[in-house]
Design a protein. Structure first.
Ligand code: HQG
Length: 182
C-alpha cells in the first residue's frame, strides 16, 4: 500500500470522524465511534473505495495514532481533534507535567494575549509534552512561536487537564496569564 494512499485515507478519516460524518451519511455515537461497515458504504457513495484492510493499515501505521479500532474490530473513532457537536468524549482528568507546550503562529499572538488559547472549532485546546511536537503543530499556520503553559498554576485555579490515548494533552482554554513564550 502506497504512503500516498495511506495519507489520503488518513485525511479523509480525520475529516469524517472528527468533523463532518454527515458528508457521507455516517453517524457517530457520543464517544465518536462509527461502524466500519457504514463508513465503507458511505465512502463508496462518495466514490471512494475503502476496505477493512486499508482502514486497518491506516490505524496501525498512523504516526500520530489518530484513530482507534474497537475491540471487536467493527468500529473506528478519532482519538481527539473533534469539532463535531454530537461527539462528547468521556475523558478522565489527569495530572499533567509541570510544563506543556503549544505551537502557534506569530500572527495569532496578539489575539492570544488578549483572549488566551481558545479551542476554536475543536472541542479542546491541544497541548504537547514536547517542544518538537508543538513546533511542528505551529508551523502549519505560519512563522512558529512556542508557548509554555504553567500547569501547576492552572491546576491551583481549578482548570482541568485530560490526556487522549495518543498522548495529546487537552484542556478547555488557557487564559493568557498562564502563558509565556519559549
Ligand atoms: C490558534 C494536529 C487566535 C491556535 C496537531 C492554533 C494538534 C488562537 C489555531 C491538533 C487563539 C487552532 C490541533 C486565539 C488559539 N486567537 N488564535 N485566542 N487561541 N489560537 O488546528 O492546536 O495532525 O484547531 O494556536 O497535532 O493547531 O490534525 O489547533 O494555531 O494536535 O492530527 O488557533 O491538530 O493534529 O488550530 O492543532 P487547530 P492546533 P492532526
Amino acid at each position: 500500500m502506497s504512503k500516498k494512499l495511506l495519507d489520503d485515507t488518513s485525511k479523509f478519516l480525520s475529516y469524517v470522524l472528527r468533523h463532518e460524518p454527515q458528508a457521507i451519511g455516517l453517524t457517530l455515537n457520543t464517544q465518536g465511534w462509527a461502524s466500519i461497515a457504514e463508513l465503507i458504504a458511505g465512502a463508496a457513495r462518495d466514490g471512494r473505495s475503502l476496505t477493512h484492510e486499508l482502514i486497518g493499515q491506516v490505524v496501525g501505521t498512523n504516526e500520530k495514532k489518530r484513530f482507534a479500532l474497537s475491540e471487536d474490530g467493527q468500529r473506528i473513532r478519532a482519538i481527539q481533534g473533534h469539532s463535531n457537536t454530537g461527539v462528547q468524549l468521556q475523558l478522565d482528568e489527569k495530572q499533567p507535567p509541570a510544563i506543556l507546550y503549544h505551537g502557534t503562529a506569530t500572527r495569532f499572538l496578539e489575539s492570544i494575549n488578549d483572549k488566551g488559547l481558545i479551542p476554536g472549532s475543536r472541542h479542546h485546546v491541544h497541548l504537547s509534552e514536547r517542544v518538537e511536537t508543538a513546533t511542528e503543530v505551529g508551523q502549519r499556520y505560519g512563522k512558529v512561536v512556542v508557548l509554555k503553559v504553567d500547569t501547576p498554576k492552572m491546576l491551583a485555579e481549578g482548570f482541568k487537564f485530560y490526556q487522549a490515548e495518543n498522548g495529546v494533552w487537552l484542556t478547555d482554554q488557557v487564559p493568557a496569564q498562564f502563558l509565556e513564550t519559549l
